[in-house]
Design a protein around this ligand. Structure first.
Ligand code: PLP
Length: 469
């Protein structure tokens, strides 16, 4: 009797057809797929099977238990967190990533070409974002890991400035991190890196409902350090109100003071793709490291993000990530291999979905996606501004609308309103707290979102709010 494995292999064309058809059916009805579902159904667990079921039967089990409760998070009205969709080309690249199943490491010698694809994709991304080719980049799972990677190299840099090799000897000298409104993942990275999130010196934000750092306070804080080197974490799009630190001014400070400049531009970096917003990132080319998420505005499937670190710090990068007790891997500076430049050793060809999408749609395709999302956020923001029931908590600066219920007396109803709204399954938004208000965030980064979605959602919001009055 054939084993299930042999059987599956003998009908792989049929299996792939079945999966393709299921995928097509999902993608073509994605707009109608609920954006939130009660997941109780999926909680019944199957035990580990003795002999297995074969893929067809497993698909049946999956379709019975999980498929009906999968939410349309890559659909046009999933505005929670900052959740991108997936372009057709990126899905094609993602499928092939699994089929080819490479372990992306070195660019030369015997072995596969996947690291060459990755380096080429990095160059395309630098070009798309208008950044110089003086950055060395790589793919990691998300912006959290990108912040981690960049800050790990910053840690090595600061150690060297103080005559220490932290990668080798651990942290034995204190140092400070200056920042105003960092994303939570930077704090997580500091704690993972043993730097400690408690070593942050908070820089004041600008006056007037801003999350960007006050440059005057930044300089005062720098002076307080009396010439000690430090790490600056700046924001290229804060998560609540998408405010940008003043990169041109920071670049000027960099001429005067000795610091590692990191920018978390997870989604805001894509402002560089649109004519009207590219000024927001002016000066970012002078940063030492930059975080970009691809599973947000690049619209490629999860897990995909990039770090860019100035190539001049290659040695620090290698000191931090090299597999130092494995001489069989060769000299890391002579034989380039990603495993000496980032946290993971083994990794899939993460760049391929991005490569496909960048090549398929080009600069103009991404300009269109970014500009369309910006227009839609402005439109949604205008609905909020003109309404009697809602108010903006901050101006719409790029692609996120941060708002609350208009009447302050309704502050305790914000969560109830949001729960009812999300329960409709027609849209998903996330709660926040901003400027002493309970608020709601809607982030637009999906290529599928259209004006019709905005109208539909605003009508539902108006209906729900009337039931709460
Ligand atoms: C500014 C910023 N940085 C970092 C992250 C973390 O990204 P990820 O979830 O991809 O790790 C996010 C996620 O929303 C973000 O908005």
């Amino acid at each position: 009797m054939k084993t299930y494995l042999e059987n599956d292999w003998s009908e792989i064309d049929n299996l792939l057809d079945i999966i393709k058809n299921q995928g097509l059916s999902y993608l073509s009805t994605l707009s109608d797929r609920p954006t939130s579902i009660d997941q109780k159904e999926a909680s019944r667990e199957e035990g580990m099977p003795e002999s297995g079921y074969g893929t067809k039967k497993v698909l049946e089990i999956f379709n019975e238990r999980f498929e009906p409760v999968i939410v349309g998070s890559s659909g046009p009205r999933y505005w929670g967190f900052v959740t991108g969709g997936a372009t057709p080309a990126s899905i094609a690249g993602d499928w092939l990533t699994s089929i080819y199943d490479q372990n992306t490491q070195s660019t030369s010698g015997q072995g596969d070409v996947s690291a060459v694809v990755e380096l080429e994709t990095i160059k395309l991304m630098l070009d798309l974002l208008g950044l110089p080719q003086s950055f060395l980049g790589g793919f990691v799972t998300g912006a959290t890991m990108s912040n981690f990677t960049c800050l790990a190299v910053a840690r090595q840099w600061i150690g060297k400035e103080k005559g220490k090799d932290i990668a080798k000897d651990g942290i034995s000298v204190p140092f400070k991190i200056l920042t105003a409104t960092p994303h939570s993942s930077s704090l997580k990275s500091l704690s993972l890196l043993g730097i400690g999130s408690g070593n942050i010196v908070k820089v004041k934000t600008m006056e007037g409902n801003r999350e960007a750092m006050c440059m005057e306070d930044l300089e005062n804080q720098i002076l307080e350090l009396h010439g000690e080197p430090f790490i600056l974490i700046s924001s290229g799009g804060t998560v609540n109100t998408v405010d940008f630190d003043d990169f041109k001014a920071i670049a000027e400070l960099k001429k005067k003071y000795n610091f590692w400049w990191h920018i978390d531009a997870a989604f805001g970096g894509f402002a560089a793709c649109a004519d009207n917003t590219k000024h927001l990132v002016e000066g970012w080319e002078f940063a030492d490291s930059i975080t970009i998420d691809c599973h947000k505005w690049l619209n490629v499937p999860y897990e995909s993000a990039l770090f860019f670190i100035k190539e001049q710090y290659k040695i620090l990068q290698v000191e931090t990530f090299q597999n130092s007790n494995a001489p069989y891997l060769g000299d890391p500076l002579e034989n380039f291999s990603y495993l000496n430049f980032l946290p993971e050793n083994s990794r899939r060809l993460k760049a391929l979905p991005a490569w496909f999408s960048l090549m398929a749609y080009g600069k103009n395709g991404y300009k269109e996606i970014v500009e369309s999302n910006i227009l839609l956020s402005q439109k949604f923001g205008k609905y909020i501004e003109d309404s009697n029931d809602f108010k903006l908590l901050a101006p719409v600066r790029l692609n996120t609308v941060c708002f609350t219920l208009k009447d302050n007396a309704y502050q305790d109803k914000v969560n109830e309103f949001l729960e009812k709204l999300n329960n409709t399954g027609k849209v998903f938004m996330t709660p926040t707290f901003y400027n002493q208000h309970k608020g709601i965030r809607a982030a637009f980064v999906n290529w599928r979102t259209s004006e019709k979605d905005i109208e539909l959602v605003f009508n539902i919001m108006t209906e729900i709010i009337s039931t709460l009055k």
